[in-house]
Design a protein. Structure first.
Length: 233
């Protein structure tokens, strides 16, 4: 049976997935806290490791729910104060350094921009093989355009070849798990009428990339950018 589902269907599926996992993970964290309060055995380092792992999973679930799930109508505004901690908590469990370079004066972003931004960050993660740095900035280029820019810099930074294939050509069907994020950002850009660009910055070019209170060095970098219609309220 050949069935086609809308983005909304898969968003609801992701919400259910995150909700079903969040409860048991929270219960593990609460149980550990209770055992520790009662002084019931266990090695301190073991407790610490399990708590950290539980927190990392909880942060990732919250992030994935925003990136893939239902946030509201596409033009509904979400305050930066609600988005920033979700993103920073996600990166707190990663080896990557993350810089939030978004002007607080922007205040809020529409749901469409938030979903694009959070998925762009996941694409940026895939461009760094080991450690490195990701800087995110969002600018209102003019009265009706919002520009989301991500710059990734670190040892061996590159745009994965299977991502390039998805973006530049028709992807194979079915797309495997290594390339599904590349296809999803392409799909979201189409859904939200956004323009997506990607390219490598050669050594020396990276030094010209800036974000608020941040300056890159001159090594190679990947720059990913999305521009989408936006009318400030």
């Amino acid at each position: 049976m050949n069935m086609h589902y809308s983005l909304g269907f898969f968003e609801q599926l992701m919400v259910k997935f995150c909700h079903d996992l969040a409860g048991p993970i929270g219960a593990v964290a609460n149980g550990l806290e209770l055992m520790e309060d009662l002084g019931e055995g266990g090695d301190g380092e073991v407790f610490k490791l399990v708590r950290q792992s539980s927190a990392t999973v909880s942060h990732r679930l919250r992030y994935f729910r925003m990136a893939y799930g239902v946030l509201g109508a596409d033009d509904q505004l979400i305050g930066l104060g609600d988005i920033k901690p979700v993103v920073e908590n996600y990166y707190s469990g990663e080896k990557l350094r993350f810089t939030w370079g978004i002007d607080p004066n922007l205040g809020s972003m529409p749901v469409s921009a938030v979903k694009l931004m959070m998925n762009l960050l996941l694409v940026g993660n895939a461009c760094l093989l080991r450690a490195g740095e990701i800087v995110l900035s969002v600018d209102q280029a003019n009265s009706d355009q919002l520009v989301i820019t991500l710059t990734a810099q670190g040892p061996g930074v590159l745009i994965p070849p299977h991502y390039e294939q998805v973006w530049n050509e028709q992807p194979s069907d079915p797309v495997d798990q290594k390339a599904v994020q590349a296809l999803f950002i392409k799909y979201l850009a189409h859904q939200y009428n956004a323009k997506f660009s990607h390219h490598m910055l050669k050594a020396g070019e990276g030094a010209r990339v800036t974000a608020p209170n941040h300056q890159f060095d001159g090594s190679e970098a990947v720059r990913l950018q999305l521009s989408l219609p936006f009318v400030a309220v």
